[in-house]
Write a protein that binds this ligand. Structure first.
Ligand code: URA
Length: 440
């Protein structure tokens, strides 16, 4: 691309002042940053300008295309069957990939999944999987294909070849408070999904205090735009809009969530995360054309959960990528925090609210997430609930526990959790878990 007459400061200025950018200008920023010609500080300023001034549909399509074209497109044609990818827009306690992936694979859908790390206050599947001793998410394309053909499932981190622009921009957004923007989220997710080589895409668009989209209106806008872009890119694409007003399940953190995912696959998990995982897996089965309608797909998935085939697939996934499958019987093989601080109810009453974003931040601050790009994370850290919204607790009863290895961090997280939970005398309503389906 001829960059001769383009200037980084001019492009930043034009976006800062609210102008619509040309596709060429957007490509210039993405290519320049990916190749190292544009430094972090200029890209950070550009992202902040996009955050405040926003991009329209055309700019978002151009940004997605530029990010997708920054790398290769995976060729997964050597994998037999309709490959279905699933992606969440990011939530708190969202370990559905670890459950829905194996369940869909157990129903015959090849699951070739590329996942991300934690972003802001939300967790990431790659970090969660890395809490399994020996598990590797850095897998080359050839090996990835072999694993999916052999086991029906593989979950890897974003390789350097797929949308490298997103890999760099994602890490920068994480530490510059520029995550919560419709165009940046859309382009980040869809550039990867369009380059990932799958045939169909299922999007789990989170909505509520623990999601980047706080209202149903924003979530619908995001879901529709992503479904449009996926469909225009030749992939069958559907989105579920799902609740994220309180954390999903009981656990938030990395090893904590892996443990909970295993419990769900054993049929002993919390109801919300079990139900959502079943519905996501069923949609994957339907998009993968293994069931003629969604109802049949739900039946198939429930059966795979009940007869243990989902758990068996999870074990194959772990073993295939070098992890120790014995973690499913012996949780002590997973990282465990030395510190455990309880949050006790300060009065009798119903749990009226567990603010998901505050919980996500508390988990991040306990050590489970990064504050700087280069930060190491504590895979054992996080929050484990005893109770969820709607439950009556007695004064002194433990509502949740903060885990970790650093007393200062755990104490800070505990204080944050005391502000995340509200107790009331009135019994609260619990919001619907699945709010809407778009596309399919
Ligand atoms: N997941 C992504 O991959 N990117 C985002 O921007 C948000 C969630």
């Amino acid at each position: 691309m001829d960059r001769g007459n383009m200037n980084t400061v001019d492009v930043i200025t034009r976006k800062r002042d609210g102008f619509k950018l040309e596709a060429d200008e957007i490509r210039y920023m993405v290519e320049g940053y990916t190749q190292g010609d544009i430094p972090d500080y200029q890209m950070a300023a550009f992202l902040m300008a996009v955050y405040f001034r926003e991009m329209d549909r055309e700019e978002t399509v151009a940004l997605t295309e530029a990010m997708k074209s920054s790398g290769d497109t995976a060729d997964l044609t050597a994998i037999k069957g309709i490959k279905v990818d699933k992606h969440s827009t990011g939530g708190v306690g969202d370990k559905t990939t670890l459950i829905a992936g194996p369940l869909a694979a157990a129903c015959g859908v090849p699951v070739a999944k590329m996942s991300g790390r934690g972003l802001g206050f939300t967790g990431g599947t790659v970090d969660k999987l890395e809490s399994i001793p020996g598990f590797s998410t850095a897998v080359e394309e050839k090996e990835f294909i072999r694993l999916v053909n052999e086991n029906g499932i593989a979950v890897i981190g974003q390789t350097g070849q797929i949308a490298p622009a997103d890999k760099k921009i994602y890490a920068l957004r994480d530490v510059t408070a520029t995550v919560e923007n419709l165009s940046l989220i859309t382009s980040s997710i869809m550039s990867k999904k369009l380059a990932s080589g799958s045939d169909a895409i299922l999007l789990d668009v989170k909505c509520g205090s623990g999601a980047f989209m706080k209202t149903i209106g924003e979530a619908e806008k995001l879901a529709s735009l992503m479904v449009d872009i996926g469909t225009a890119g030749g992939k069958r694409t559907a989105a579920l809009i799902t609740d994220m007003s309180q954390p999903l399940g009981m656990g938030v953190g990395n090893a904590i969530e892996v443990r909970e995912a295993i419990e769900v696959l054993k049929g002993k998990g919390p109801e919300d995360i079990t139900e959502l995982s079943v519905r996501l897996a069923a949609m994957m089965v339907y998009l993968g054309e293994k069931a003629e309608d969604e109802e049949k797909a739900v039946e198939m998935v429930r059966k795979a959960l009940e007869d243990g085939r989902g758990l068996e697939k999870f074990r194959e996934l772990v073993k295939g990528q070098g992890g120790n499958p014995r973690i499913t019987e012996d949780y002590s093989l997973l990282p465990e925090g030395k510190i455990c601080l309880p949050l006790r109810a300060w009065e009798d009453g119903y749990i009226e609210e567990i603010d998901a974003m505050r919980t996500g931040l508390a988990s991040q601050h306990s050590g489970a997430g990064r504050e700087k790009k280069e930060d190491a994370i504590d895979l054992s850290a996080g929050i484990l609930f005893n109770h969820k919204v709607g439950v009556f607790v007695k004064k002194g009863e433990t509502i949740c526990e903060v885990y970790g290895n650093d007393v200062k961090k755990a104490e800070k997280a505990l204080e944050e959790m005391s502000n995340a939970v509200r107790i009331s005398k009135d019994e609260p309503g619990v919001p619907a878990l699945i709010k809407k389906t778009i596309g399919r």
